[in-house]
Ligand binder design. Structure first.
Ligand code: GTR
Length: 445
C-alpha cells in the first residue's frame, strides 16, 4: 500500500492511498467434530431458576414459540443433523498442517480462497486511490473529552469517484496513542451532531471515549445499498464500471467490510490512534461483516461479531434457526452465487464458519449471542468459536476450549477469544459493549 499525504486546494488535508486488491486460488478438508447433541432443549423454562453455573440452553418456551411461528426452520437441538466440521488444519493435499509456517504460507491462503469463492465473493483487483476529507469538526465535546469529525472517504478510479461518509471521535486527553473501534452500522447513519447529543446504545461513542477508545462509524448502505436491487448505486458497481457482478465477485457483506478497511487506512494516519489496536465491530449482518472484514484485512487486531448468526459466527452445518437456503434467498446480495447452491446441503460446503475465526487467529475474536435470538443459533455461534481453538493453539495463542456453553450473562474469556450470551433479544446495546470492552481492555493495555 502506498500512501501520499497531500493538501487539497481548499486547505483540508487529504491522504491518497493506492491499493492493489488481489484474488486467489482454491481447496478443502475435514475432521470429525465430536457431537454434543444430546437432547438439551427444555432444560430451563422461563419460570425455572437457574443457578449461576448452569450452562446456557435454549429456553423451552422460546423453542416451542419459534417452532410454531416458523415451522419450516429447526429450533430443536435433537433435530440438528449430525455433522462433521471441516478441519482448518487439513490442507487441500490431505496433509496435516502442524507448523506456523505451513499455516501462514499456504493453508491460510487456501482457506480464505474457499471463503471468497464459495461464500463472500472475491474483491476486485482494480487499482484505486482514496482521499479523506474532513467536512466538520467539534473540538471540545463532552467537557473537552474528545474531538469529533465528520468525514468523507472518496474512492477514485481514473476520473470516476465514489464517496461515503463516516464519523470519527478521538480522545483529547490521552498521553499515548489509543486503541480504536470501527463500528459497522447496518441500521442508519449517525451524524456527528447526533452522536454528540445522544449516546446511541447501538454506537455509544461517548462511552467508548470514556473507556479510552477512539471510534468511527459508517452506514453500510452508504457503501453498498442493503437491497436486492441496490447494486447500481453501490461501490461494487463503481468498481465494475456498471457491469453486472460475476457469480464469484464480492457481494455486499464483503463490500461493507472493505469500507471498514478504508476507515482503518485513515486511522493509520492519525497519531492519536494506535492503529495496531483497532477492532472491527458489527451487529447481525454487520457482525457477519466484521468477521469477514478481519479475515480479509490482517491489520484488524480484533473482530467483534454480535448476534451475527447464519453466514456469520454460527455454524452452517447445524442448520438451526436461519439456514443457508433462507438467507441466500432473502438476501441474495450478501453472498456470492455459490453459497446459495448449498441450501439443504450444508455439509457439502467446503468450509464452515469456525474457519472464519481460524483465519482471524491469532488475533482476537469476540462473539456475542442473545438468549432469545434463537434465529441466530447461539450454540452454533459458541461452538464455531471453540472449534477454531486448534488454530489459535498452533499459532501460540490461548483461546476458549471449553465446549459447554457458559451460563447466561457470564462472559467467558480465554486468551484471544471471548464470548457472552446476554438476556434478551436480537440487538447490540450497553451490556454487550461493556462486556466487549472488558475483553479488549485486557488485550490493549
Ligand atoms: C435478518 C437476517 C439475519 C440478520 C438480521 C439483521 O433478517 O435473517 O441473518 O442478519 O436480519 O441483520 O438484523
Amino acid at each position: 500500500m502506498k500512501t501520499a499525504p497531500t493538501v487539497s486546494p481548499n486547505g483540508t488535508w487529504i491522504l491518497i492511498t493506492t491499493l492493489v486488491l488481489m484474488a486467489q486460488p482454491t481447496v478443502g478438508g475435514a475432521f470429525c467434530h465430536a457431537q454434543a447433541n444430546a437432547i438439551t432443549e427444555g432444560q430451563g423454562s422461563q419460570s425455572e431458576k437457574k443457578t449461576n453455573d448452569t450452562p446456557w440452553k435454549a429456553r423451552r418456551d422460546l423453542v416451542q414459540k419459534n417452532s410454531q411461528r416458523r415451522s419450516e426452520f429447526n429450533y430443536y437441538e435433537s433435530k440438528v443433523p449430525p455433522y462433521t466440521l471441516p478441519d482448518p488444519l487439513l490442507a487441500n493435499d490431505g496433509t496435516t498442517i502442524s507448523t506456523v509456517n505451513a499455516w501462514n504460507q499456504s493453508r491460510r491462503e487456501e482457506l480464505i480462497t474457499l471463503f471468497r469463492n464459495k461464500v463472500y465473493g472475491n474483491r476486485p483487483e482494480a487499482e484505486y486511490s482514496i482521499a479523506f476529507e474532513q467536512l466538520a469538526e467539534q473540538k471540545n465535546i463532552w467537557n473537552g473529552l474528545a474531538t469529533g469529525r465528520s468525514m468523507m472517504a472518496t474512492v477514485s478510479i481514473g476520473d470516476r469517484e465514489f464517496s461515503f461518509p463516516f464519523v470519527l471521535f478521538v480522545p483529547n486527553q490521552s498521553q499515548a496513542p489509543v486503541p480504536a473501534v470501527i463500528h459497522i452500522n447496518n441500521r442508519y447513519f449517525i451524524p456527528l451532531e447526533k452522536a454528540v447529543s445522544e449516546n446511541d446504545p447501538f454506537w455509544p461513542a461517548k462511552t467508548l471515549i470514556e473507556r479510552g477508545y477512539a471510534t468511527a462509524s459508517f452506514h453500510t448502505s452508504d457503501v453498498d445499498p442493503d437491497r436486492k436491487d441496490g447494486y447500481a448505486e453501490g461501490i461494487r458497481a463503481f468498481f465494475a464500471a456498471g457491469k453486472p457482478p460475476t457469480p464469484d465477485a464480492w457481494r455486499s457483506l464483503s463490500a461493507w467490510g472493505w469500507a471498514a478497511s478504508r476507515i482503518l487506512d485513515h486511522l493509520e494516519t492519525q497519531s492519536a490512534i494506535d492503529s495496531e489496536q483497532v477492532a472491527v465491530v458489527g451487529h447481525s449482518r454487520g457482525g457477519k461483516t466484521s468477521l469477514w472484514a478481519a479475515c480479509e484485512d490482517p491489520r484488524f487486531a480484533v473482530a467483534y461479531s454480535n448476534n451475527s448468526g447464519c453466514g456469520g459466527a454460527a455454524l452452517s452445518r447445524r442448520a438451526y434457526g436461519e439456514t443457508v437456503g433462507r438467507i441466500t434467498s432473502s438476501f441474495p446480495h450478501w453472498f456470492c452465487e455459490s453459497f446459495a447452491e448449498y441450501a439443504k446441503r450444508e455439509s457439502d460446503i467446503p468450509v464452515d464458519q469456525h474457519e472464519l475465526m481460524a483465519l482471524i487467529a491469532p488475533r482476537a475474536v469476540y462473539v456475542a449471542s442473545a438468549d432469545e435470538d434463537l434465529w441466530a443459533d447461539p450454540k452454533g455461534e459458541y461452538t464455531a468459536l471453540v472449534s477454531a481453538a486448534p488454530v489459535f493453539e498452533l499459532l501460540g495463542a490461548k483461546s476458549i476450549t471449553e465446549t459447554t456453553m457458559p451460563p447466561l450473562n457470564q462472559p467467558r474469556i480465554a486468551g484471544k477469544t471471548g464470548y457472552h450470551i446476554r438476556s434478551g433479544g436480537h440487538g447490540l446495546g450497553e451490556v454487550d459493549w461493556n462486556w466487549f470492552l472488558d475483553f479488549t481492555d485486557r488485550l490493549a493495555r
